[in-house]
Write a protein that binds this ligand. Structure first.
Ligand code: DHB
Ligand code: FE
Length: 278
């Protein structure tokens, strides 16, 4: 049977991807952040998930404001990196898992989560930067990836509660899939940041640390945080953190923290990483 073995929460700051792509990870600005990623990369090599369900948001790349799915599940065989203005990132094409993706689609939709299904899309930094953080720069990504894209760009995004419940439904779906597969769920985005308006540049390390501390043992308290509190405490783009709650919901209540790391600032945000195991 398939089994969710772990969850990973991580930021997806585009400049982190650019630091990898341009060989800058050992420069003084980036070294402390990438030193913190090293144990996570070792963990990833040792645990070797077969498939990652990667919860992320698109930044007006594959979906612009003409089409705004709240939850969009990729069922394709592959996804090419999107050109976000400087050419596509020089990273491998992302290979999907259409069999498991269609199983998730059926299970989740019949379970009450009316997903949009996507046969063809590109993936932007929201998806490729977390892969670079966890896997470095391999010639091929070491696992198949099922993209689960969440709208956190155009108001109204889904609530933290809904995201946490979707994670629980993903767990039920994976548990009911017969092939023997090790599945990991990545929840990405955040942490606190605001890229626009009067408070552009806003970061709240206390909020980020509170979120990291409560994610393992008290996700229910995080699932109650309303949108307005994210915006006030974590900045307008801090709302990306609701995607970490999908990852948390996909793990059982007794999940253990294996590793966490927090570094501020990384570009315009607080950059966190957490690994949970069953
Ligand atoms: C930054 C962070 C993001 O999550 C993003 O999508 C774009 C920019 C930043 O910190 O610069
Ligand atoms: Fe983002």
């Amino acid at each position: 049977m398939a089994k969710i073995i772990a969850g990973v929460g991580t930021s997806h700051v585009p400049a982190i991807g650019a630091a990898v792509d341009h060989g800058k990870t050992q420069e003084p600005y980036w070294k402390p952040l990438f030193d913190g990623y090293e144990p996570a990369r070792v963990w990833m090599r040792e645990r070797q998930p077969d498939v990652v369900i990667l919860v992320y948001n698109d930044h007006a790349s594959a979906f612009a404001f003409d089409l705004i799915p709240t939850f969009a599940l990729g069922v394709a065989a592959e996804y090419r990196p999107h050109d976000e203005g400087y050419g596509p990132r020089p990273v491998p094409v992302v290979k999907g898992d259409p069999d498991l993706a269609w199983h998730l689609a059926e299970s989740l939709i019949l379970d009450g989560f009316d997903l949009t299904l996507v046969n063809e899309m590109t993936v932007d930094h929201g998806l490729t930067v977390p892969l670079s953080i966890m896997c470095g720069s391999p010639p091929e990504w070491p696992c198949r990836v099922i993209p689960l894209c969440v709208n956190v760009i155009q108001y109204p995004p889904p609530t933290g509660r809904r995201c946490h419940d979707l994670g629980k439904a993903i767990r039920r779906a994976v548990d009911a899939y017969s092939p023997d597969l090790k599945v990991a769920v990545f929840g990405t985005g955040g942490m606190s940041h605001q890229l626009q308006g009067e408070r552009a540049g806003f970061i709240n390390a206390d909020f980020d640390r509170m979120f990291l501390n409560n994610l393992t043992r008290d996700p229910e308290s995080l699932a109650r945080i309303p949108h307005v509190e994210y915006i006030r405490e974590a900045g307008s783009e801090g709302i990306e953190l609701v995607m970490w709650l999908i990852m948390r919901g996909a793990l059982g209540p007794d999940a253990r923290e294996i590793y966490s790391h927090y570094h501020v600032p990384a570009s315009n945000s607080g950059a966190g990483l957490i690994i949970l195991e069953e």
